[in-house]
Design a protein. Structure first.
Length: 351
């Protein structure tokens, strides 16, 4: 990006889009132009300082460095296509919680999928806040042929608004989202239904913390979640099949009446939960891995996806083209404990 203020185009000015606008203006000094199909949302976004300018047509957004689409699942493809067509010079991304179908269907070379793991119990631009993404994981799902300079620009933008960018393949993203988000929502819905049927007509105050914790997301935002279930249907169905099989195993274990075995199962699951919650939370010092790469399409995306599959996150990156533009120097910053493995993988990709 140039030394001039970063130019951001927002297509969608709700909670997520509005928070991106506030964070970009506050943390990056960005100039933000926004679009939303709802005139009341446009007026409120301007009043709240989400954008410097709002327009009533995506064609009027003008050129930008980054164009971010924050629209309902069913409108994402159309809005992304509008951003790719009308926002000249931008790397175009989105915030949708499913990625495979979008990445496969949108062939524009300047589109790179994204998904921040951030949100709130409330919706709407009136609840937008600049710190919504502070420390939050923000998935980036480039294609194998995505341009390195665009991936670097988007990576820096996400870091700049306070999030932690994590590169991942789009199919892997949807599989993990099904396991860690979408299937838990379905299970929470089922638990509420099961408890309601168990209570029947009785008015006994039996709701305790276990039920509240396990069902916090039940019934959340019906239009949004209906779209998410549909967009990630195959992965959600696979996850539900796996969950049903595990419940059958748990039933058999409990039916056997083997106390030590049940205690061992409970302890093992507790250890697994702690390990899952600790992933990515330890931080630690970073080390630079610097390498010269050929100037060929997709080489940076290939490196990032390869490291991601090995569980190595790129915390920062920098690209420096050589004078002849036939190659370039790439600096990647990864956790110190991952540096040697990262270097080995990079060398394998380039060999």
């Amino acid at each position: 990006m140039s030394a001039d203020p970063l130019r951001l185009a927002l297509l969608g000015l709700g909670l997520i889009g509005g928070s991106v606008g506030l964070a970009a203006r506050e943390r990056l000094g960005a100039r933000v132009v926004g679009f939303d199909p709802d005139p009341q949302v446009r007026a409120l976004a301007l009043e709240r300082g989400v954008a410097d300018v709002v327009v009533d047509d995506p064609a009027a957004l003008g050129p930008a460095d980054v164009a971010l689409v924050a629209a309902p699942v069913q409108a994402l493809a159309e809005r992304i296509a509008q951003a790719c067509e009308h926002v000249e010079g931008a790397v175009v991304t989105d915030v949708g919680s499913t990625k495979h179908a979008l990445v496969e269907s949108i062939k524009a070379p300047n589109y790179i999928g994204g998904h921040p793991l951030a949100g709130a119990e409330v919706a709407g631009v009136e609840h937008a806040r600049a710190d919504l993404f502070a420390g939050a994981t923000w998935y980036l799902t480039p294609r194998a042929d995505s341009e390195g300079i665009l991936l670097e620009r988007l990576h820096r933008f996400v870091t700049g608004i306070g999030a932690v960018p994590t590169v991942i393949g789009h199919a892997d993203h949807d599989r993990l989202m099904a396991a860690f988000s979408h299937v838990p929502h379905v299970v929470a819905n089922a638990l509420v239904t099961q408890a309601t049927r168990a209570l029947g007509d009785e008015a006994i105050p039996v709701v305790g913390p276990s039920f509240r914790d396990a069902t916090r997301v039940a019934g959340a935002n019906p239009p949004l979640w209906a779209g998410i279930y549909d967009a990630n249907r195959d992965a959600v169905l696979d996850g539900l099949d796996a969950t049903i099989a595990l419940l059958a195993e748990a039933r058999a274990l409990l039916a056997a009446g083997d106390g030590p075995a049940v205690e061992s199962w409970q302890a093992e699951v507790g250890a697994q939960r702690r390990a899952l919650l600790d992933i990515g939370m330890t931080g630690g010092p970073l080390r630079e891995v610097r390498v010269v790469v050929p100037n060929r399409p997709g080489v940076i995306a290939d490196l990032a996806l390869t490291l991601s599959r090995a569980g190595i996150n790129i915390h920062d990156m920098s690209l420096s083209p050589q004078p002849d533009f036939r190659s370039g120097e790439v600096a990647l910053w990864v956790a110190e404990g991952h540096a040697e493995r990262a270097r080995e993988l990079v060398e394998e990709v380039l060999s």
